[in-house]
Design a protein around this ligand. Structure first.
Ligand SMILES: Cc1cc2nc3c(=O)[nH]c(=O)nc-3n(C[C@H](O)[C@H](O)[C@H](O)COP(=O)(O)OP(=O)(O)OC[C@H]3O[C@@H](n4cnc5c(N)ncnc54)[C@H](O)[C@@H]3O)c2cc1C
Length: 499
């Protein structure tokens, strides 16, 4: 099993396990999303008791249940994109697919915009999409509906406690590092594509109350879903795209690690001073707080993502606009006091010419915060040990949740889609069962190999840059400068982030 290849995560899981009370496993991580694991059979990942229904009630339910080949729970960016991908796959042409989401509408209304003759009216929620994600959206026909996005040709990251910095760009600056898209623009683009896919039935305003997976490999046994209005659905394949508090994940009783970073992301739309060519993304790691990032939206506009303590996040939201702009400018420009050790290591790096990669471009000044654009979101980590079970599979944030410092959460989810659709399509091609455990485990294995490495790397970066202890600052500065001076290492990181 793929998880065995990552003993550090298993180690982390077991190290933090403290108690097992009332069937709930608690860990030392704070605060924890507890794990309900009532007698799970590890080899086949099914429950031996409560969740699996008896054959008697099973057959009673069968009589009143509607059947779909595939039921997707969760119509966020990942669930809707998956529905579009499954619906447009030729081999899956005879599969009836149902997409459920508790939200009343998603992506159905085009964002009000300058396209309609008004102000730019940018959303404060944006995602940085990797070239790989853009390519997927292109293939699905979604990208042509993304009417507004900004190409990022360069990413500049630096440490507030030293001179260390790193720049990611391709030699000619014409190959994009990423694309910034507002979430509502992307949601609307996906829904426009989905509208053209006949065999996907979309039901917004449908909240899933519970899910049950079969207790045996009997192909006649189906997964079932009960909605809040007590409607019962049966399916060959239940897909959990229902975010980090996933109900589907609970139904497969996967052990999971989840904790909050005790950090909030403050987002806002900012107006910049004289930046007609806005194609650089900026990120500065601040002492004790977290990274602050400026993502280009359009000429003279950028989106802020500032990871900071919950108290500071509240202060930032409550500030007068002028003070907020001051605080953001100060976070990008303030000179912090450096220890002797850090000064010496910076001198050494300069002497070795490891910090000299030409003149450093400086971030733009912020002149205004767009009215009502400030908001704050708690940040957390989540990892499900299993992505697959009999007739059920997890995708997107339901399977993995990461800190946004590397802008990877949605990119990982889109990568899941690519592999899952491929595995299901191959299975149908050879006349296999799309809900069979072996089929779904193939998806799990492929994705965990990629996702766990990225998740662990991001978590490690967050921890490394949360430390102000001078020897650590000196060491990480040397590390960052060494990577920055090596085109080969930078290419390696860029190709992984671009996937
Ligand atoms: C501040 C911030 C910045 C980010 N920046 C980036 C970035 O630059 N790049 C990037 O790749 N990622 C980024 N991310 C991460 C990215 O936003 C998420 O990974 C992604 O949106 C997750 O999508 P999802 O569809 O898996 O989950 P969600 O968006 O959580 O969607 C889950 C859906 O399931 C529905 N649902 C839940 N429970 C039920 C139920 N019981 N019944 C029916 N429906 C249900 C919900 O209504 C919801 O619509 C960022 C995140 C944050 C917080």
């Amino acid at each position: 099993m793929s998880f065995r290849k990552y003993p550090f995560l298993i180690g982390r899981l077991t190290r933090n396990i403290k108690t097992f009370k009332n069937g709930i496993l608690t860990t030392g991580l704070t605060p924890l999303e507890n794990i309900s694991t009532p007698s799970v059979c590890v080899s086949c990942r099914t429950l031996s008791s409560s969740s699996s229904s008896s054959s008697e009630s099973e057959s009673e339910n069968d009589l009143s249940a509607e059947f779909y080949d595939i039921v997707i729970v969760g119509g966020g960016l990942v669930g809707t994109a998956l529905a579009a991908a499954l619906g447009s796959n030729g081999r899956l042409a005879n599969k009836q697919i149902l997409l459920l989401d508790s939200a009343k509408n998603f992506g159905t209304k085009p964002p009000e915009s300058e396209r309609d003759g008004g102000d730019p009216n940018f959303s404060n929620r944006v995602v940085a999409l990797s070239p790989g994600s853009k390519a997927l959206l292109n293939r699905l026909g979604v990208w042509e509906n993304v009417w507004r996005s900004q190409t990022v040709s360069c990413l500049q990251v630096w440490d507030a406690l030293s001179d260390a910095n790193i720049t990611f760009n391709y030699p000619d600056y014409t190959t994009p590092v990423s694309h910034i898209v507002e979430n509502p623009v992307l949601a609307h683009a996906i829904c426009q594509t989905l509208d053209l896919v006949d065999k996907v039935k979309v039901e917004f305003g449908s909240k899933v109350k519970s899910c049950t997976i079969p207790s045996s490999e009997n192909p006649r046994e189906k997964a079932s879903v009960v909605l809040e209005n007590d409607r019962i659905l049966k399916t060959d394949l239940l897909i959990g795209a229902d975010g980090f508090n996933s109900k589907v994940r609970s139904s497969i009783s996967s052990p999971s690690i989840a904790f909050n970073y005790d950090r909030n992301a403050v987002v806002a739309t900012l107006k910049l001073c004289d930046t007609p060519e806005n194609y650089i993304a900026w990120q500065r790691f601040l002492p004790s707080g977290g990274p602050i990032a400026l993502l280009p939206l359009a000429p003279n506009y950028s989106s802020l993502v500032w990871s900071t303590t919950p108290n500071h996040a509240k202060e930032l939201l409550d500030m007068e606009p002028y003070d907020f702009v001051e605080a953001v400018n100060s976070a990008f420009w303030k000179e912090y006091e450096r220890s002797e050790l850090v000064k010496k290591s910076c001198e050494l790096l300069n002497a070795l010419k490891l910090n000299n990669k030409g003149p450093r471009v400086l971030p733009p000044s912020i002149i205004e915060v767009v009215d009502k654009s400030r908001a704050s979101f708690p940040l957390g980590f989540g990892h499900s040990a299993y992505y697959a079970s009999r007739r059920a599979v997890l995708i997107g944030d339901a399977a993995h949740r990461v800190h946004p410092l590397a802008g990877q959460g949605l990119n990982l989810g889109l990568g899941d889609i690519e592999v899952l659709v491929q595995v299901l399509s191959e299975t149908v091609g050879i006349g296999g069962d799309i809900g069979a455990f072996d089929t779904l485990r193939e998806y799990e294995s492929q994705r965990q190999r990629h996702n766990i490495a990225i998740q662990s790397g991001i978590d490690a970066l967050h921890r490394l840059y949360s430390i102000d202890f001078p020897p650590i600052v000196a060491l990480r500065s040397i590390g960052l400068s060494v990577v920055n001076s090596s085109e080969l290492m930078k290419k390696f990181f860029m190709s992984h982030a671009a996937a």
